[in-house]
Design a protein around this ligand. Structure first.
Ligand code: F6P
Length: 319
């Protein structure tokens, strides 16, 4: 294998640059020429790719976002778009494609592999931690550190005013960020898409805590379960609490990757190149019990990552 191209696609996450750097440097170590595709599948369709030298990834491991840029491409969902992408892969002599992204991006990689025979290896990159086949995805740890730091600050002002804060975090289909954040900030309650909630029971619990002398309440809301503004209105109306809302939004996707994400991205990137060299394609490199392992893309994409009920238990018991 002489030429490998790299794509970052879908929602960006801290650690993508560290993964690109790792792939580039590992490729060069093995005498492979790495190419960077700009703006995900959109750039692949438009033929926007360039050779990457070692210097292109210098001073990048600590930077958030993705210097290759990312996009969500509608055109790639069409056969016409896919064929344009394939043409550019062939025209540039690309023999393997490493895709860093979430479920949608990995689905695109699987289409290129199964339908057109392109050798692909995927890396899980998404702050949501909703990708099956890996204990953690690149970006999750950084996003959680940002969330926890932000909520610690909100906690200060909430305590000064005996307020109830509803804090909305990302996670369209998955409550991982909300539940793990709830554990680490000592939230009173957490609302996530995977679990049915009883609003009146939560409000009653908060009321009792105030009566027992608690100076503030924190409720984590995963965006997939509904808007924190709507829940906030109910908390103020039914509970009569002095309620405030904070939506953390895209803050969670930015910033310098943590030590953990830098190491994870470096490991996954290196193993992705080794996987390409081994000739076993159509897989995603995942983290399983601290080891990096290849997981077939069809397994990744046909399974839903379940939220560990133990995390919910911890959040509930300690709240
Ligand atoms: O999938 C990652 C994610 O950050 C989700 O948590 C969020 O709902 C979505 O992307 C936001 O997407 P966009 O940046 O396109 O608004």
């Amino acid at each position: 294998m002489e030429k490998i191209a790299i794509i970052t696609s879908g929602g960006d996450c801290p650690g993508m640059n560290a993964a690109i750097r790792s792939i580039v440097r590992t490729c060069l170590y093995y005498g492979i020429t790495p190419y960077g595709v700009e703006s995900g599948y959109k750039g692949l369709i438009e033929g926007r790719m360039e050779e990457l030298k070692s210097a292109n990834v210098a001073n990048s491991i600590h930077k958030g976002g993705t210097f290759l840029r990312s996009a969500r491409s509608e055109e790639f969902h069409t056969e016409e778009g896919q064929k344009k992408a394939l043409k550019n892969i062939e025209k540039n002599g690309i023999e393997g494609l490493i895709v860093i992204g979430g479920d949608g991006s990995l689905t695109g990689a699987n289409v290129l592999f199964t339908k057109y025979g392109v050798p692909v290896v995927g890396l899980p990159g998404s702050i949501d931690n909703d990708i099956y086949g890996t204990d953690l995805s690149i970006g999750v740890d950084s996003a959680l550190n940002t969330i926890v730091k932000s909520i610690d600050m909100l906690n200060d002002t909430a305590s000064s005013h005996d307020r109830t804060f509803l804090i909305e975090v990302m996670g369209r289909r998955c409550g991982y960020l909300a539940v793990t954040a709830a554990i680490t900030v000592g939230a009173e309650a957490v609302l996530i898409p995977e679990v049915k909630y009883d609003l009146e029971a939560i409000i009653e619990k908060i009321r009792k805590r105030y009566t027992a002398g608690k100076s503030r309440s924190i409720v984590l809301v995963a965006e997939g379960v509904g808007s924190a503004y709507d829940f906030g209105k109910a908390f103020a109306l039914i509970g009569g609490f002095d309620t405030r809302i904070t939506v953390l939004g895209h803050l969670q996707r930015g910033g310098s990757p943590t030590y953990f994400d830098r190491v994870l991205a470096s490991r996954l990137g290196m193993e992705a190149v080794k996987q390409m060299k081994s000739g076993q394609y159509g897989v995603m490199m995942g983290l399983h019990n601290s080891a990096v392992v290849p997981v077939p893309l069809n397994v990744v994409l046909s399974n839903k990552k379940a939220l560990d009920p133990y995390l919910l238990e911890i959040a509930d018991v300690l709240s």
